[in-house]
Design a protein around this ligand. Structure first.
Ligand SMILES: Cc1cc2nc3c(=O)[nH]c(=O)nc-3n(C[C@H](O)[C@H](O)[C@H](O)COP(=O)(O)OP(=O)(O)OC[C@H]3O[C@@H](n4cnc5c(N)ncnc54)[C@H](O)[C@@H]3O)c2cc1C
Length: 310
């Protein structure tokens, strides 16, 4: 029986892929299988959520060597009869998707936001034309590699019924040696995980940042920004950019301040549950996107907002 195979080295993303695979499997005969590489803890976690998990233990596979991981996944997909491989569309996952697709001679789609099964085939939705339209695409080749955008699916909560088995894979010693690894210096906030985002655009002034920080702190949220605020003004690291060149976020609440609402930005926040926007230009597109829109000058609104939440 054909199977869907899920893999991400990052457990939270692997659990989202598990949800996606189950969603595809529910109306088909596809089995759902998960692969972990040199990560027993992750294998146990996947099995605890009900996945038939295959743990590859091979010291020759260096996880920093994406070519080696692709080679292991190619063998796993073939051994497990999994013609559809679901990966995470984070930076490493996208590189892996390309390498694996090349090895399997598979069609490949990355940055996929949603999935459906139509006529027994997987249909993928992705943003196209800088996010101005959503394209529905289908891979026609026998092998398929699909990389899903982080948070496109919820974390799998299903429990029980899973198992862990070892899977033997051949791997030559990697030509790459991991010498050391260290956390990124400075800002390490993951804005995609935040439930509340206070988002700063070019309509804000340096003196607005203090009340912005106060609002974010009072709501237990994180600060994010538009691209020019990070790349031109350099107020925040590029990790905090929302949009096409940044992160796609789905917080419960997005408070968007002094942002015009160009499509390259909105594509990264339009799926937030509730959007509040403040802009002094009543014609700014962001106000149309917002659930709560305020035409006002931030210089007046922000100090009041920070005071009322203190
Ligand atoms: C290939 C490509 C990729 C891109 N990727 C991204 C991306 O990932 N993310 C991204 O953000 N951008 C991206 N951009 C840039 C994008 O097109 C916009 O230029 C950018 O989003 C605009 O940022 P902004 O809204 O902060 O600034 P502006 O467009 O300048 O808007 C500022 C807004 O603030 C309002 N304002 C000014 N003063 C006040 C005040 N005192 N009170 C209230 N409101 C005020 C103004 O009315 C205006 O609407 C990309 C562009 C390209 C070409």
């Amino acid at each position: 029986m054909a199977a869907l195979l899920v893999y991400s080295g990052k457990s939270p993303l692997a659990l989202e892929l598990l949800t996606a695979a189950r969603f595809l499997a529910k109306d088909t005969a596809w089995e759902v299988k998960a692969v972990c590489i040199n990560n027993e803890e992750q294998a146990v976690e996947m099995a605890d959520r009900g996945a038939a998990t295959f743990n590859i233990k091979n010291e020759n596979i260096n996880l920093a060597d994406t070519a080696a991981v692709a080679s292991a996944l190619e063998q796993a997909a073939k051994k497990l009869d999994a013609s559809i491989v679901l990966l995470a569309s984070d930076r490493r996952g996208k590189e892996l998707a390309g390498r694996l697709a090349q090895k399997l001679q598979a069609g490949c789609l990355t940055d996929v936001n949603s999935l459906a099964v139509v006529g027994g085939k997987v249909q993928c939705q992705r943003n196209a034309l800088s996010g101005a339209v959503v394209a529905t695409q289908q891979i026609e080749s026998a092998w398929q590699v699909i990389a899903l955008a982080p948070r496109a699916f919820e974390t799998s909560t299903a429990e029980g019924g899973g198992s862990v088995q070892e899977l033997e894979i051949e791997a030559a010693a990697s030509p790459l040696k991991l010498v050391a690894s260290r956390s990124k210096a400075g800002d390490t906030v993951d804005i995609t995980a935040a439930e509340v985002l206070v988002i700063v655009g070019q309509g804000t002034e340096p003196e607005d940042l203090e009340p912005v920080r106060a609002v974010a702190k009072a709501l237990g949220g994180e600060i994010a920004c538009t691209k020019p605020v990070a790349t031109d003004r350099k107020w925040f690291p590029e990790d905090r950019i929302i949009g096409l060149s940044g992160k796609i976020c789905k917080p419960q609440l997005a408070i968007i301040l002094g942002v015009s609402g160009q499509v390259q930005f909105t594509v990264g926040i339009r799926d937030a549950s509730t959007i509040v926007a403040v802009n002094k230009d009543e014609n700014a597109y962001i106000l149309q996107l917002a659930d709560y829109a305020m035409v006002a000058d931030l210089q007046e609104v922000l100090p009041e907002l920070a005071k009322s939440l203190a």
